[in-house]
Design a protein around this ligand. Structure first.
Ligand code: GAR
Length: 212
């Protein structure tokens, strides 16, 4: 069975969604760059080994990335899953895990990379927002897209209500992406394109605020 390692920095709700669904792979470990990440306790409660590689313990990104890679590789994973891991990873680290490193981001990339995605979407008045699972490349919050979920932005939305609507979908699309990956139904090809080996597609349109 394939193995994944999940990297977190905080709450760990995406990690929890992965722990609490059926996946065709083993979650070998959860690693955090912060010892106080709440998600670590959730992982332990599920009996998953945890480790901390605290970025503050290292003089620079290169040293941190090396220590992180050593910790990850000790679990011998097929895939490395970033789930709210809030450190920028260097090009060497990204290259080491090419095609094996996934991220989830709370926007419809390539719109709204970076932080405060929901506030920025509300500020711009977009009517459709969402989340993206993608392979990681050296560009922050960009990279070949595996799956996206779109949600409507409602008239009375606050940053919190919009974030909750998006997060609900994050918890659905991340397990799906990992199932495809672990069943060899997708891969990153030599041209950095996602190769899909399954056929199912949806032609459903999300129209927001909706037609009368
Ligand atoms: C999630 O919304 C995730 O998409 C986002 O951090 C949150 C982590 O929540 N990731 C990024 O912004 C990456 N650039 P969680 O710890 O509850 O999964």
């Amino acid at each position: 069975m394939k193995k994944i390692v999940i990297l977190i920095s905080g709450r760990g709700s995406n990690m929890q969604a992965l722990l609490e669904t059926t996946l065709p792979c083993q979650i070998a470990a959860v690693i955090s760059n912060r010892a106080d990440a709440t998600g670590l306790g959730i992982a332990r409660a599920h009996g998953v080994p945890t480790a901390v590689v605290a970025h503050l313990d290292y003089p620079d990104r290169g040293n941190f990335d090396t220590a992180l890679a050593q910790t990850i590789d000790a679990f011998n994973p097929d895939y490395v899953v970033l789930a709210g891991f809030m450190r920028i990873l260097g090009a060497g680290f990204v290259a080491r895990y090419r095609g094996r490193l996934l991220n989830i981001h709370p926007s419809l990339l390539p719109s709204y990379g970076g932080l405060n995605t929901h506030a920025r979407a509300l500020h711009d008045g977009v009517k459709i927002h969402g989340c993206t699972v993608h392979f990681v490349t050296p560009d922050l919050d960009h990279g070949p897209i595996i799956i996206q979920a779109a949600v409507p932005v409602l008239r009375d939305d606050t940053e919190q209500t919009l974030a909750a609507r998006v997060l609900h979908e994050e918890h659905r699309i991340y397990p799906q992406a990992i199932r495809w990956l672990c069943k060899d139904q997708i891969e990153l090809d030599e041209q950095d394109k996602v190769l899909f080996r399954y056929r199912k597609q949806s032609s459903f349109a999300l129209i927001s605020p909706g037609l009368e």
